[in-house]
Design a protein around this ligand. Structure first.
Ligand code: SAM
Length: 506
């Protein structure tokens, strides 16, 4: 029996760790106020210490933050970051941010001038945090958290800040759906808080103008790029009844993951590396938020965390940056498969899929050299002729439980996925060649601009113009790579089909 899509060259997603590139680490000298960063081996870059970040550190230390092995630095193309000031070993606990410096939704609600209203009209966590951020910004230097607030960037580049026209660049990609979802969620949250804001205005609560649409939109964008989920915060000891109840409540009826979302001053200066597997979390033993490193660092090296195993497009929508695909082992795209609408067995198949956590229309992640085996197995269920719910359930069990495709379904399943890839490629409004050509032009223009900047010559474009061009560049990079992944997926599956047909012809 042929096992499809499980050859080493075509491994399931979790097998793509082979792409991970390790940076060579070398010790470097730290000179007064300057930190040397080694990127990609021997090429040294100087990362200047960042004064506002240092001021924040001092302020936090005055409020209980323990001594740090990290300094705030300016990172070209990424704003601020944190770099090691002393050798750091693999697995070491860094940061140790105590509870009083963690801005959870509960803390934000308590500190908000809208506290009495939030008690009677509870809002979702990210709305409460957005109100807190908007109020802290409006309070200015007089506000309690100003040393933190003042170093937040004016813009994050998240999709909440894009014009409609720029969002339109995503047409054809599944990212268009994701962008609409994010923008829709922000708009819905804004609507949801209107009754509370009307009450606040009537009672004269909060700084004037603090809760305008623009202020809240900017706060939502800031949260998209900075909010951290702490899976272990808010969970009691497993044996304690109260803790268990809270855990159950936090796991949520809606399938929300357990834990708490929070803003983390200082820790939120950490930038993302696609190669990193280090995460921030609450450590009950330390009673603090801790970063446990996944590698050793020499003084001067920027310390990275993982924002999650995200594609370049996902990072672009939430964080406003996209790594080069070659640097991101998690890059790829999503492909939608669905049950045929006219299929009389669709309800039975939908019930069978539901038992495995899948829907009648389902997105599957594709990587350049990997796809989940469920992709083809889903297509097999969609293509199968089944007469009853029981038969659909048995087939789903064989496909997703045992991971096996009946031989008669192998060919139609592969053909269906190839067709889906081809249809997905056709959905982009401009051709891959045209987008590649525009991308090459933008890359050349950016290289020329970088050279001009290195020679300290003034660059020509306006800020808004440059930002738009940079965004176009990022979007094109993502859209070109998505189609390369779709084309590669179709190609690999076509090879599998050829093999199948050859074997059938023997
Ligand atoms: C949590 S903040 C990290 C601190 C941020 N650099 C700053 O200056 O405040 C997330 C933001 O940092 C930037 N960022 C993080 N990792 C990056 C990376 N690898 N490349 C470029 N920008 C990055 C993006 O602007 C992102 O929205």
């Amino acid at each position: 029996m042929t096992v499809i899509v499980r050859s080493p060259a075509w491994a399931p997603c979790h097998g793509c760790g082979a792409f991970r590139r390790r940076r060579r680490c070398q010790p470097s000298r730290t000179s007064a106020g300057l930190l040397d960063l080694f990127r990609g081996g021997s090429e040294a870059q100087t990362l200047p210490e960042e004064p506002q970040g240092t001021a924040l550190l001092r302020w936090l230390e005055g409020r209980g933050l323990p001594p740090q092995k990290l300094a705030a630095v300016a990172v070209p193309g990424a704003g601020r970051g944190l770099a090691a000031t002393q050798p750091i070993s693999k697995g070491e606990a860094l940061l140790r941010i105590p509870q009083q410096l963690v801005i959870t939704p509960a803390a934000a609600a308590q500190q908000s001038s809208l506290a009495p209203l939030l008690e009677s009209t509870p809002l979702p966590a990210w709305s409460v945090l957005a109100l807190w951020l908007a109020e802290a910004r409006a309070a200015g230097p007089a506000g309690e958290w100003w040393p933190y607030i003042q170093l937040l960037p004016d813009h994050t580049g998240s999709v909440l800040e894009w014009s409609e026209d720029e969002v339109g660049w995503l047409a054809g990609s599944q990212l268009a759906e994701a962008a609409a979802e994010i923008r829709g969620a922000a708009a819905a949250s804004w609507q949801e808080m209107q009754p509370l804001l009307a009450q606040a205005a009537a009672a004269g609560l909060g700084p004037p103008g603090a809760f305008s649409r623009e202020a809240l939109q900017s706060a939502f964008s800031m949260l998209l790029s900075r909010l951290v989920r702490l899976p272990s915060l808010g969970l009691g000891p497993p044996s304690a009844a109260a803790g268990q109840a809270r855990q159950a409540q936090q796991a949520g009826a809606a399938g929300e993951p357990p834990g708490t979302e929070a803003l983390l001053p200082w820790a939120d200066l950490l930038n993302h590396s696609p190669a990193s597997t280090a995460f921030l979390d609450w450590d009950p033993a330390e009673a603090a938020v801790v970063l446990r490193t996944d590698r050793r660092y020499w003084p001067g090296e920027e310390v990275h965390i993982s924002y999650g195993q995200k594609t370049g497009g996902e990072l672009l929508l939430s964080y406003g940056f996209t790594p080069k695909p070659a640097d991101n082992p998690h890059d790829g795209c999503k492909l939608r498969l669905a049950l045929r609408p006219g299929d009389p067995a669709a309800p039975a198949k939908a019930a069978a899929l539901a038992a495995f956590g899948m829907g009648p229309s389902q997105l599957f992640p594709l990587r350049m050299a990997a796809a989940p085996f469920e992709l083809v197995h889903y297509a097999a269920l969609a293509a199968a002729e089944v007469g009853s719910e029981q038969e659909a359930g048995q087939l789903a069990q064989r496909l997703f439980g045992a991971g096996d495709i009946p031989p008669t379904l192998q060919q139609p399943a592969l053909e269906a996925v190839v067709a889906a890839c081809q249809a997905a490629m056709k959905a982009y409004p401009s051709s891959l060649e045209a987008d590649r050509a525009e991308l090459a032009k933008l890359e050349a223009a950016d290289a020329a601009e970088a050279a001009a900047a290195a020679g300290q010559r003034q660059s020509g474009g306006s800020d808004a113009g440059q930002q738009r061009r940079q965004r176009r560049h990022q979007v094109l990079q993502v859209l070109v790579y998505e189609r390369q992944v779709l084309a590669r997926t179709a190609f690999v599956l076509q090879q599998e089909l050829k093999d199948l047909r050859r074997m059938a012809g023997r």
